[in-house]
Design a protein around this ligand. Structure first.
Ligand code: 13P
Length: 255
C-alpha cells in the first residue's frame, strides 16, 4: 500500500504564502516517488494551492466540510465547493474540531457520509486525550469514535477511507506517541474494521499516525506494518522540513 504523508496546515498560511510554498515544493516532487503527498491548506488558500499545484502529483485536501450541499449554514463549506478546486481528500473529525469546536460523533458521521457520497476521500481522525489515557480508557474512546462514524456503513462505499490515529496529547506538544502505542492503536483500528466491516476493507484501509511527527521520528512509524503514513501539523509548515520528512518516510519503507 502506498503511504500517505499529509500536511495539515490548520489555521496557517495566507493565499500568497500558499502559492510560494506550493511552487517551491513541487520543484522537489521528483523525489517523492512512491509516496502520496497531500496538502490540506485552509479553505481560503485552496484556490491558490490548486493553481500552484496544477498538473502536479501533489494532492489537495480540505481540513473540514459541512454535510449539507448548500443552504443557510453561515460560515460553512460544502463538498461540492471543495470539489471545484480539485480537492480529493477531506479531514473529518480532527481532535481540534471535536474538542475546540464541540463536534460530536453524529456530526462526524454525517460529514463522513457526505464526503463519500460526493466522491471525496475522508481522513477520519480518532484519538484519546491525556486524561482518557491516564484513566485507561484509550481503547474504549477509539472504539466509540470508530463506531460513531462507521458502524453499519456499507463497506463498499468506504473504499476511499483513510484513518488517522492522533492522540490528542501528542498533537503540537513535541511528545510523539511511542512506536508501541502507535502500533497498538493501529492494530485496534484494523481489527475494528475487520470485525465490523469485513477483512477486505480492513486490509485495504490505510491508517496514518499523527502527533508531533517530524523527519527524525517519521521512519519509526512508517516501518510499522499497520501504519501507512502520517498526518503532519507543525513540521509541514516549512517546505524544507516537510520535504525532509517525506524523504525520511520513503527511506524507512524502502530500506
Ligand atoms: P503536529 O504535527 O503539529 O503535532 O499536529 C498533528 C496534527 O494535528 C495533524 O493533524
Amino acid at each position: 500500500m502506498k503511504q500517505i504523508i499529509a500536511a495539515n496546515w490548520k489555521m496557517h498560511k495566507t493565499a500568497v504564502e500558499t502559492t510560494e510554498y506550493c511552487r517551491a515544493i513541487r520543484q522537489m516532487e521528483a523525489d517523492f516517488e512512491g509516496v502520496e503527498v497531500l496538502i490540506c491548506p485552509p479553505f481560503t488558500a485552496l484556490s491558490a494551492a490548486a493553481i500552484a499545484l496544477e498538473a502536479s502529483s501533489i494532492k489537495l485536501g480540505a481540513q473540514n466540510m459541512h454535510w449539507e450541499s448548500q443552504g443557510a449554514r453561515t460560515g460553512e463549506v460544502s463538498a461540492n465547493m471543495l470539489l471545484e478546486f480539485g480537492v480529493e481528500y477531506v479531514i473529518i473529525g480532527h481532535s481540534e474540531r471535536r474538542h475546540l469546536m464541540g463536534e460530536d460523533d453524529s456530526q462526524v458521521r454525517r460529514k463522513l457520509e457526505a464526503a463519500l457520497d460526493n466522491g471525496l476521500k475522508p481522513v477520519l481522525c480518532v484519538g484519546e486525550t491525556e486524561a482518557e489515557r491516564e484513566q485507561g480508557i484509550t481503547k474504549k474512546v477509539i472504539e466509540k469514535q470508530l463506531s460513531g462514524a462507521l458502524e453499519d456503513q456499507d463497506p463498499h462505499k468506504l473504499s476511499g477511507l483513510v484513518l488517522a490515529y492522533e492522540p490528542v496529547w501528542a498533537i503540537g506538544t513535541g511528545k510523539a506517541a511511542s512506536v508501541e502505542d502507535a502500533q497498538e492503536a493501529a492494530v485496534l483500528i484494523r481489527s475494528y474494521l475487520k470485525d465490523k466491516l469485513g477483512a477486505k476493507l480492513a486490509e485495504s484501509t490505510r491508517i496514518l499516525y499523527g502527533g508531533s511527527v517530524k523527519a527524525e521520528n517519521i521512519g519509526s512509524f512508517t516501518v510499522l506494518p499497520s501504519v501507512h503514513g502520517a498526518l503532519v501539523g507543525g513540521a509541514s509548515l516549512e517546505v524544507e522540513s516537510f520535504s525532509s520528512l517525506i524523504q525520511a518516510a520513503r527511506k524507512a519503507v524502502i530500506t
